[in-house]
Design a protein around this ligand. Sequence first.
Ligand code: CAA
Length: 258
Amino acid sequence: MDNLLFLEKERKGPVGLIRLNRPNVLNALNRQLISEIVQTFEEYDRDEEIRVIVLTGNGRAFAAGADIEEMADEDAVGMELLNQFADWDRITAVKKPIIAAVNGFALGGGFELALACDLLFASETAKFGFPEVNLGVMPGAGGTQRLTKAAGKTKALEMIWSGEMISAEEALRLNLINRVIAPELLLEETLAFAGKIAEKAPLAVRLIKESVYKALDISIYEGMQFERKNFYLLFASEDQKEGMQAFMEKRKPVFKGK
Ligand code: CAA
C-alpha cells in the first residue's frame, strides 16, 4: 500500500518511521489519515525487518485532533453506522513497540493517538490537551480512558473539563510522557532509543508489551499468572538460548526474533 496521501514512511534500518503530513491543517486526523496510520502500523508489524515503529508529525503539530471540518455536519446515526473509531482498536493490536515523537500540538484525537503509542518522547515545545469540550463534544478515541489510567481521575477531569493545554514539562510531571527533548534533537534521540530497543530480543520485547498492557486491565494475581506463561514461553525461543549462551561466553548476543 503505497498510495499514501497524508503520511510519509521511511525505513531507518530496523526502525519504521512514520510522519503525519498534513502540516497546513496541523496534521488534523481525517478518516483517510487514520486509515493510512493504521495500515502502515500493521504493515510494519508484519515486516520481519522492522522491530520498532516511530510516529511523528511534519510541521508545528504532532496532530491537532480529529478533522473538525470533516466531522462538523455528521449526525449520531451516521457516526454509529460508520463507527470510525473502530479503526483505533487496530492500533491496540499492534505487537511491536510504537514510540511517539511529539513535535508540537497533540490535541484531542492527536493526544489520543500519542497516548495509544507505547512510549512518548516530546519536544520542549509540545502542547497536550483535550479541547473537545470547547466544540460541544468530548474525547471519543480513548482520551477519557487512557488519560485517567495514566494521570488519575482528578487530573483527567481537570484537563478534559477545562480543555486547557499543558506543556511537555507538565506532561512529564503527570507521568504521561517519557522524556522532554530539545526540538532539534527530538527525532534523533527518539530514533536512537528506538534503535536500542530494536537490538533486544524481539520476542521478549513483544511479550513484555503484552504483559505490561495486561496489568492495566486485570488483577495483580491474574496478571502474574499471565506474565509467568509468557516468561515460560520465551524458553521455546532460539533467542533465549542465544541470549543466555552469549552471556556465559561474554559476547554480544545476536537475536533473530525466533
Ligand atoms: N481540524 C481541522 N482543521 C484544523 C484543526 C482540526 N482539528 N486544527 C487546526 N486546523 C487548521 C486550522 O483551521 C487552520 O486552517 P486554515 O489555515 O485553513 O485556517 C490551520 O489548521 C492552522 O491552525 P490555526 O490557524 O488555528 O493555528 P493557531 O496556531 O492559531 O492555533 C491551535 C493552533 C490552537 C491548535 C488551533 O488550530 C486549534 O484550536 N485547533 C483545534 C484543536 C481541537 O479542537 N482539536 C480537537 C478536535 S475534536 C477531536 O479530536 C475528537 C476526538 O476525540 C477524536
